[in-house]
Design a protein around this ligand. Sequence first.
Ligand code: FAD
Length: 496
Amino acid sequence: MKPAPIRRVVIVGGGTAGWMAAAVLSRGFAAERLAITLIESPEIGTVGVGEATIPPILTLNRLLGIDEDAMIAATSGTFKLGIEFRDWGAIGDRYFHPFGSFGADLNGVAFHQHWLNLRDGALDDYSLNAQAAKAGRFIRPVDDPGHVHSRMSYALHFDAVRYAAFLRDQAAARGVIHLPRKVVEVRQDARGHVAAVRLDDGAEVAGDLFIDCSGFRGLLIEQTLATGYEDWSHWLPMDRAVAVPTERIAPPVPYTRSTAREAGWHWRIPLQHRTGNGHVYCSRHISDDEAAADLMGALDAPAAGEPRLLRFVTGRRKKAWNANVVALGLASGFVEPLESTSIHLIQQGVVTLMSLFPDTGFAQADIDQYNRLMQAEAEAVRDFVIMHYHLTRRDDSPLWNEVRTMEVPDTLKARMALFRSRGRLFLESSELFREPSWVAVMLGQGLWPDAVDPVAGAMDEAEIRAKLERMRAVIARGVQAMPMHDDFISRHCAHA
Ligand code: FAD
């Protein structure tokens, strides 16, 4: 029997995941070729957080043909140059994980090896992003490899609810059907595939391919198909968050801040009209009331809403694609937002789905490939985030003692051992976080190599020192020549 072509896609969920999926699929397939319906329950609503991103979001914007200034204005967005980590290695410590690179490789040897060898200045002195962030400045990269500003790398902060609405308008303009209704029943066919969903008004919506963007509940992937969940909370024990916005009292800084606390950490995400704040914590070590009080006590501006509690279990769905259901976003799993990776994993999920799109029916090889790729993406993010906890030197509370002394995945153990020996890093070409990110966090958290790569040590010291000094000077001048972040926003992308 010839497999039936895929002509009808049904997306369940209208949060960031649902609307990203609708926007990408409708951009890739004309409405006559693929009918896309998105169902979302206004009664259930969205998780409403998820406001910090990483640089690949700009690729998504290009793919969708989005005018970035218009998008930032519509979502009250700001620019993000990296993350400042406070109190993570030890109380009082600060380091910056910048996007982009540190310095430049010299004579074929990684920059950080030269820096480790000579320790000339601070590591951050060699990061254009870190210096611009500290100075509160921003400029987009210029298209001239000889200019220092060509080395800028950035991502965005935006209001999650406004971002979903922005994507919804894009998708609706390309013919996506939007049904603001609740799914009350799921009907499966003889093979166990999802055949249709029934809505609270009695209507039934049939589809060939279903995309589960229903959030943590995983309405199709788990509640219907019982796919199973791999629980990672023995490595990442945070399981709750409380979030509260604050009023704007000062110009927004161009970076996210993460401050470690006794039983978790606080985020601070500056937007044009408000600041997003949250406390991610482990409920075994602090009660919800204490966690909320800790967050409220640390706010640097008046609260602009009530604190909201969110619960989660860190891990991943055992198969992101099962039968004719692909799970995206929180329905596919969750790693806490320490490195702002969830929206990126949605993007990867939907772009990968496009590249394996089952137009003439479902092939197991495509499904297996998709699941392999998404598993690798999620595990790479997991290891990077675990490292932030494990490398702490804090011993002031049960949480930090637990994560500092825990067993970590073998993949991460091997990577840290290699770096500890000679500062070397060997990454898979597909890994999301590249050398500068690993270097920033490893050194930032105090993982100092026992020795440097012998090739760096064998080079002419005076020559390398002169080159390092030039790099620092070029970066310092480059930062001075940038506008202030808030002025840049006012000029190009202020929210009306
Ligand atoms: P949701 O927003 O929960 O949307 C689920 C949708 O499904 C809703 O529209 C709901 O109405 C619908 N739905 C559910 N059941 C039904 C039903 N029966 N019928 C119809 N519709 C239904 N990510 C980042 O990249 N950066 C961050 O800084 C970041 N911070 C985060 C902080 C916290 C505390 C948490 C928990 C997450 C954070 N994330 C972050 C993750 C990010 O919020 C999510 O990846 C993103 O919002 C996508 O959510 P979603 O669309 O999968 O789910």
